[in-house]
Design a protein around this ligand. Structure first.
Ligand code: DGL
Length: 270
């Protein structure tokens, strides 16, 4: 059985590492659209078309279920894909909802009306496209009331991470946290709403302070996927081989991925 993991580039590897660890018997095919990263500065139409192309490639690898390990694609394209494009025998799932369920203390499939939750002030750090989509606020409003969300579009962070420039990424994270704190001085929780950002989690936490709970997605998504496959085993696709595909240059993407995950990863051309 094989499951597809899609991202615009390397960020989805944080999700890949968690799901592969949680489900060691499952083959995972990773697709990084590095030739077109970052998605965070593209418009919704462009993100929709690029995401559909990547998902089709994963279907061709025998992955009937694909996780969009990319908040930008989950925010800007997933709803339209599910409503207009995904055939009945396939599934495409995003990374937003598991995180919102954790924040709002809900179990999967709990569709009761929105209610008050403990956390009242939430800082959201995400790409400009994710922030512009307001998808996080929309999904949150289905589940919780009275939560104030302040969103910071973190321009430049994904490019710095994709380029392997940790010093620049750290400086950008600090300045984005400062910008957000000028508008919301005391957030109780912070959402890292981009799958690249767990790599910078220590920098986010240090800049925010120890009193802020930082939520990152990888483990939450892994738990949700394990639960989903238990309930819907028919979507564990027929593929059997794990591999890493990229639309970019396989040699340089492999080198960055190895640095990113701190273990050898070999990409091949998609
Ligand atoms: N890592 C992705 C996300 O979660 C994509 C970032 C981008 O390509 O801009 O949003």
């Amino acid at each position: 059985m094989a499951v597809g993991v899609f991202d615009s580039g390397l960020g989805g590897l944080t999700v890949y590492a968690a799901v592969a660890d949680r489900l060691p018997e499952t083959a995972f095919v990773y697709y990084g659209d590095n030739a077109h990263a970052p998605y965070g500065v593209r418009d919704a139409e462009d993100i929709f078309n690029l995401t559909c192309a990547g998902v089709e490639r994963l279907w061709a690898e025998g992955c009937d279920l694909v996780i969009l390990a990319c908040n930008t694609a989950s925010a800007a394209a997933l709803k339209r894909m599910q409503e207009t494009w995904v055939p009945k025998d396939k599934r495409v799932l995003g990374v937003f909802v598991p995180m919102i369920e954790a924040l709002t203390e809900r179990k999967w499939g709990d569709n009761t009306p929105p209610r008050e939750v403990a956390v009242k002030h939430v800082a959201l750090f995400a790409t400009p496209a994710t922030v512009a989509s307001r998808a996080f606020q929309r999904e949150l409003a289905y589940r919780a009331i009275g939560v104030d969300v302040e969103a910071q579009p973190c321009g430049g962070v994904v490019d710095a991470i994709e380029a392997g420039d940790e010093i620049l990424a750290e400086a950008l994270v600090k300045s984005h946290v400062e910008a957000l704190k000028r508008r919301m001085p005391h957030p109780e929780a912070a959402i890292l709403g981009c799958t690249h950002y767990p790599l910078m989690q220590a920098t986010f936490q240090a800049a925010l302070g120890p009193q802020v709970t930082v939520y990152s997605q990888a483990n939450l998504v892994a738990e949700s996927l394990a639960d989903y496959l238990t309930r819907r085993p028919e979507f564990a696709g027929p593929g059997t081989v794990s591999k890493f595909l990229t639309t970019g240059d396989p040699a340089s993407v492999s080198a960055h991925a190895t640095q990113f995950l701190r273990r050898p990863i070999r990409f091949e051309a998609a």
